[in-house]
Design a protein around this ligand. Structure first.
Ligand code: IPM
Ligand code: MG
Length: 364
């Protein structure tokens, strides 16, 4: 019998709709080959949702996500909404989705593909073989801590306040996800904090160290975030799995992404407790400067669909097929502008999608 999955599509803003078209076509092609069916439902989030409903995350969108097996989110935001106050910005939609679904664990792989080594701004010998997984805490820390806001003091001076706070339970659960992840990789986990300055980090470090007792097969190390940032660009191959809080993870995952040459190549998964639908999305943003021009690189989004098949839908064969197709099109020399190199064939978003479909058909 055909297995059917309910997928909520959140194309969002900027290049989101065009890369979503490619990801959907790729999933359908693989589904057809493997007797899997997808019931796709689109919902608005971010800037387009603000335009439609006045809110970046309409309640109907969150409900729709809750009722699906998994969510494929493209990108949100753009110049048009940049001047809005913080609680009405498109980014709020994303944060609301993470909080609303309880997606506390964000997995961001940064693996360099051999075909793209020369697209990295770092030397070949530094990045060749890089394979890092950043496990970022996603629903706590300074992004959500209270008190927060801009307050006026008695003298009339304004003070901006954000609070970095982590409870033991929040640290323990992300630590466990990270140890489990490291266990299935090379067994090395590096926890990143700022325990030399921040109390919240001291608790973080002591809890992560305590949880380590349950995972004797994983080697745990600790780094301060400033040193971690430096080590990531100095000698990235020393890292296997990194676990860190929301803000440090936001920053370090962008740095890790760039080791691979283009942020346009990287997928991510945001997961909650078992039973909640996960959200799968590319690490890159909505790229409003190239939106609607058929220039976007759809590969990170296509790889996000593969991650969704692997982690949420337990369809590793389908995921393998998609990843193999990405490999094939890169081997054939197809490149979007962001990863273009001498001697390669420059293609647009749609043509990259067509090349993927061809690769999938040929592999059947
Ligand atoms: C990310 C993004 C978001 C974040 C923004 C858009 C809210 O930078 O997913 O890394 O800071 O988490
Ligand atoms: Mg970010």
């Amino acid at each position: 019998m055909t297995q059917t999955y309910r997928i909520t599509l959140l194309p969002g803003d900027g290049i989101g709709p065009e890369i979503t078209r490619v990801a959907v076509a790729v999933m359908e092609a693989v589904g057809q080959a493997l007797d899997l069916a997808f019931e796709f439902t689109e919902a608005p989030i971010g800037g387009c949702a603000i335009d439609l409903t006045g809110e970046p995350l309409p309640a109907a969108t969150l409900d729709q996500c809750r009722q699906s097996d998994a969510v494929l989110l493209a990108a949100i935001g753009g110049y048009k909404w940049d001047e809005l106050p913080s609680h009405q910005r498109p980014e709020r939609g994303l944060l609301g989705l993470r909080a609303g679904l309880g997606l506390f664990a964000n997995l961001r792989p940064a693996k360099i593909l051999p075909q793209l080594i020369d697209a990295s701004t770092l030397k070949r010998e530094v990045v060749e073989g890089v394979d890092i997984m950043v496990v970022r805490e996603l629903t706590g820390g300074i992004y959500f801590g209270e008190p927060k806001g801009i307050f006026e003091t008695e003298t009339g001076e304004k003070r901006g306040v954000s609070t970095m706070v982590y409870g033991e339970g929040e640290i323990d659960r992300i630590a466990r996800v990270a140890f489990e992840t490291a266990k299935r990789r090379k067994g090395q986990l590096c926890s990143v904090d700022k325990a030399n300055v921040l109390d919240v980090s001291q608790l973080w470090r002591s809890r992560v160290s305590a949880i380590a007792a349950d995972y004797p097969e994983v080697t745990l190390s600790h780094l301060y975030v400033d040193n971690a940032a430096m080590q990531l660009v100095r000698a990235p191959k020393q890292f296997d799995t990194i676990v860190t809080g929301n803000l440090f993870g936001d920053i370090l995952s962008d740095a890790a992404a760039m080791l691979t040459g283009s942020i346009g190549m990287l997928p991510s998964a945001s997961l909650g407790v078992p039973g909640t639908p996960g959200v799968f999305e590319p690490v890159h943003g909505s790229a409003p400067d190239i939106a609607g021009q058929d220039k976007a690189n759809p590969l990170a989004h296509v790889l996000s669909a593969a991650m969704m098949l692997r982690y949420a839908l337990d369809q590793p064969v389908a995921a393998d097929r998609i990843e193999a197709a990405v490999n094939t099109v890169l081997d054939r020399g197809y490149r979007t502008g962001d990863i273009m190199a001498e001697g390669m064939t420059l293609v647009g978003c749609q043509a990259m999608g067509d090349a993927l479909l061809e690769a999938i058909a040929a592999a059947n």
